[in-house]
Design a binder for this molecule. Structure first.
Ligand SMILES: [Zn+2]
Length: 371
């Protein structure tokens, strides 16, 4: 079968003919329909990141996935050929209490693997084999957008982490809040846009910032879902004196991470999801004022990475709500679908102003409502 492979730590990417995976006992064979491309994929192709499986000279890339079941072992109940599925990414170490209870997103040993990222082959290939535990069934009506489910799961987890911190000041958990909480989303790539959508579903007043004007697809989607958009190309002061209960960061910019603390309201929480370059030169920070404000404001800064299965399931529920409430908004989230043959173009350069580019692995796959 054809697969998009990298050879970490070397930079570069190639399309390679590799053996199709063998169906394991209790396993499910999946024909890959689509793979989303994200910043992590670009980082791996650039040689900054990524690890091949032990004993293998290459890594099959790709972690944002959508596929259709083609073969089911007799010992894998609940799946049938034709079912749409999205596979989760992280595989736990099996050693700590989190990995032993399907919450490897909180792994404490660091000895996990991640399909398409570190130590396990990904989904940018014609087929993969997986066990049911890691496969999330997708309803057919979500076929056109389900390739967004993996980034959606990351967003779902990040927002829950922020919400848990906000809820710490509520004497009665679950009691309706007197006013709709306010959220700032920093960055309007796929993670930022999906965060804006989920926060709107949750009843937040949402402001999203990026360095573009009102003519981008992101700005138009934000307007359609009732979120404010602010172009901060001229600096964060453009946001004005508004302060926010929840700030979700989705850029990986070290400078911005520090500045966003200043946009937190009293008792507010900043959730960081972007992964900065560890080689970023040291910055001067006015730490005294920064930490003073965090203490005096009961504020919190939380990092959030990856997502376990429950967040994929939450993402499916929210995708269904979004599809009902803003049917015209979601199609714009996928900026382009490109054939597998254009992998080198798609993975070779980062396209500015786009939200999500998707590689079509199997054209016209079963249930493809977009064609
Ligand atoms: Zn673990």
């Amino acid at each position: 079968m054809r697969a998009v492979v990298v050879r970490p730590p070397r930079a570069g990417v190639e399309l390679l003919e590799v053996p199709a995976p063998t169906l394991v006992p209790g396993g499910v064979r999946v024909s890959v329909l689509e793979c989303g491309v994200c910043g992590t994929d670009h980082d791996i192709v650039d040689g900054k990141y990524g690890r091949a499986p032990v004993g293998t000279p290459f890594l099959i890339l790709g972690h944002e996935n959508l596929g259709v079941v083609t073969e089911v072992d007799a010992a894998a109940p609940g799946f049938a050929p034709g079912d749409l599925v999205v596979a989760t990414v992280r595989r736990g170490c099996g050693e700590d209490r989190f990995c032993r209870t399907n919450r490897s997103d909180f792994c404490e040993t660091g000895r996990f693997t991640e399909r398409g990222i570190g130590g396990a082959h990904g989904y940018m290939a014609e087929e993969y084999v997986e066990v049911p535990e890691y496969l999330v069934p997708v309803p057919p009506e979500l076929r056109p957008w389900a390739v967004l489910l993996e980034p959606m799961s990351v967003v779902e987890k990040a927002i829950v982490q922020g919400q848990l911190v906000l809820d710490r000041k509520e004497p009665t958990p679950g009691e309706p809040k007197p006013v709709a909480p306010s959220a700032l989303v920093a960055g309007t790539g796929a993670i930022g846009m999906l965060a804006a959508l989920v926060l709107r579903v949750r009843g937040y007043r949402v402001t999203a910032i990026d360095r573009h004007d009102e003519t981008t697809p992101a700005a138009r989607i934000l307007a359609a879902i009732g979120a404010d958009h602010v172009n901060t190309a001229g600096g964060l002061a453009t946001v004005g004196d508004r302060r926010f209960d929840l700030v979700v960061e989705a850029t990986g910019s070290v400078d911005l991470d520090f500045s966003l603390v200043n946009l937190l309201g009293p008792n507010g929480v900043l959730v960081l999801t972007g992964i900065p370059d560890a080689g970023t030169p040291a910055h001067d920070v006015a730490g005294g004022a920064l930490w003073r404000d965090v203490v005096l404001g009961n504020q919190a800064i939380v990092g959030s990475v990856n997502a376990n299965r429950t967040y994929f399931e939450a993402g499916l529920r929210d995708l269904a709500v979004v599809r009902q409430r803003w049917p015209d908004a979601i199609p714009g989230l996928i900026s382009a679908r490109r054939p597998l043959e254009s992998f080198a173009d798609v993975l070779g350069g980062r396209a500015g102003g786009t939200i999500k580019t998707v590689l079509t692995i199997r054209p016209g796959g079963a249930g493809d409502a977009t064609r």
